[in-house]
Design a binder for this molecule. Structure first.
Ligand code: AG3
Length: 277
């Protein structure tokens, strides 16, 4: 029997290849090429412009690590914003925090939301929660129009290509600082140290010029380029490394733990070299 395999070319010369069970949906949206594919190893997967966004098998790592590190850093996260993240995975994790009164999701592409609800229900299932407001629109504009509003902002974007280019600029980080309250915390996914080391260095430099506390942490995500993913935190007041023991309340997770909250900031030498002063 013939076999069908999907390759994401993660660099010009290197990629990840997955055996396909079936293609569930493909569509050129107004913003990007969307594919939902059922794979043998990682279950249903969402691809945008040929890049893996999420898979049923390993999504928990990324979504837990985007959400819980900043949310446990902030003492009382009531009003939370997710920029991008139309699959709903970060929102699902955000809602595990009882202090959160409102979580707003702004994704530019309504089709990502629609097809995630259809084919990734355990990821997108919480988008209809009453604490959640879903807006289809431009996250950059939403940030530009917000002031002193959010406790925590999470940027769950694609890589700086297509609609996400603006989300990796210093102007955007300055907008985030303005949109946050005076003790706000933000996090952005910042790609991997093997193939995009300059991106990590540049984001860290830009964020440092705006936020008094800037940190980098990592997580292991098998379906993303190199498997070693980074996240950059910018914080006005609360240091993610100084969270007191009693602040960690029980939540159900598969990757994040309170021990890992500290450990994830311990970087391999070649990674910490990227952000050396
Ligand atoms: N957002 C970051 C995906 C980056 C993966 N890059 C790649 N495959 N080249 C994921 C969205 C999950 N909510």
């Amino acid at each position: 029997m013939s076999e069908l395999w999907y390759t994401e070319k993660q660099t010009k010369n290197f990629g990840i290849t997955l055996k396909v069970k079936q293609t569930l949906h493909t569509e050129q949206t107004d913003f990007q090429y969307l594919e939902m594919v059922e794979t043998e190893e990682f279950g249903n997967m969402l691809f945008l412009d040929g890049m893996v966004m999420t898979s049923q098998k390993d999504e928990f790592v990324y979504h837990e690590m985007v959400a819980h590190v900043p949310l446990f850093t902030h003492p009382n996260p009531e009003n939370v914003l997710v920029v991008g993240g139309g699959d709903g995975g970060v929102i699902r994790e955000v809602l595990k925090h009882p202090q959160v009164k409102k979580a707003t999701l702004v994704d530019i592409d309504g089709k990502v939301i629609e097809y995630s609800k259809k084919f990734l229900p355990e990821i997108a299932g919480k988008l209809d929660d009453p604490r959640v407001e879903v807006k289809v629109g431009d996250g950059f504009m939403h940030i530009a129009e917000s002031e002193n509003e959010y406790d925590v902002i999470m940027v769950d974007s694609t890589e700086p290509m297509g609609p996400a280019v603006n989300l990796f600029t210093k102007g955007f980080y300055a907008g985030i600082a303005k949109a946050l309250k005076e003790d706000g915390v933000f996090v952005a996914q910042t790609d991997n140290p093997w193939f995009t080391p300059e991106l990590i260095t540049n984001v860290q430099r830009d964020v440092k010029e705006i936020f008094p506390i800037t940190r980098l942490y990592t997580a292991n995500i098998p379906t993303y380029p190199s498997g070693l993913w980074t996240f950059t935190i910018g914080s006005k007041k609360h240091d993610p490394l100084e969270v007191s023991e009693d602040r960690f309340h029980e939540i159900e997770t598969k990757y994040y733990t309170k021990e890992l909250h500290k450990a994830c900031f311990v970087l391999p030498k070649f990674v910490s070299d990227l952000i050396k002063e």
